[in-house]
Design a protein around this ligand. Sequence first.
Ligand code: ZN
Length: 303
Amino acid sequence: MNFIQITDCCYYFHGAVNIGYIKSGQKGMLIDAGIDKGTMKKIVKILKEHEMFVTHLFVTHAHADHYGGAAYLQETENIYTYAPYLESAILRNPILEPLYLFQGNSPLPEMRNKFLEGKPIVVDEEVKEGTYHFGETQFECIALPGHSMNQLGLLINGVLYAADSYFSEEQLHKHKIPFIIDAKDTLNSLNGLKNIDCIGAVPGHGIYETAFQKTVDTNIMYHNTILESILNLINNQNETGITHEDLVSQVCKTWAVNLNNVSMWMLFRTAITAYVTFLVKEEKVKLFIDDNKLCFKKIEIKY
Ligand SMILES: [Zn+2]
């Protein structure tokens, strides 16, 4: 894990999941907490070696790879924790994530793993879009929904910590179908990122870039390509349409995604449902129930 300095006070730990760090005199704030205790132990050790402090934590969104290490941090250090409202409900009650991924059913034991459910944490302050302070440092919270319901990015000292609002090109190709819960929010957040006045951005997964707008454009194009492929798939069905289950299976096949466990299936089903829901809301495809099955079909254009 590399500890990288961006400006006087802005840093980040570059790893599978990036963790931001803001130095403010005798205070210090981590942005996200990594997936587990092991990751957080390493972070605290590196900070201590640099004689830097950690007094605050900001959790950008309630996904276990971003907050799984927070419980250990809160147990071992005196930490004041910020999190976006709504996301905080999940941080306090982490079973909510496997619960919602399983359509509100009590989750299967194998879904209760560290990738979907971290330990519960304390949230001292629920935040929303706007300006906040910690120590002498001012930071701005920017709403970046789409990847999660109420994800917030942070703008501090000209550096944008963008959470999972966009992914590096490498990550997009690795995941093939990125995790989103709302395609319209995702696209709006991406377009909004390009208008933020900053010197560069750190995504949740990837590297700090000054010309990050190019990567954001790649993300926009990537999401649009997925939307187009799903629209074509539905338009190519006959009038009986396609069931939700078959749609998930066929979209995975198109993007060479091979799902071999329930957790992964839940995540991809959620993302694919987000894309098709966008098409339904835009009145590009029709959602209906047939023979007790959720189905989608093309919208006939009448002349
Ligand atoms: Zn995430």
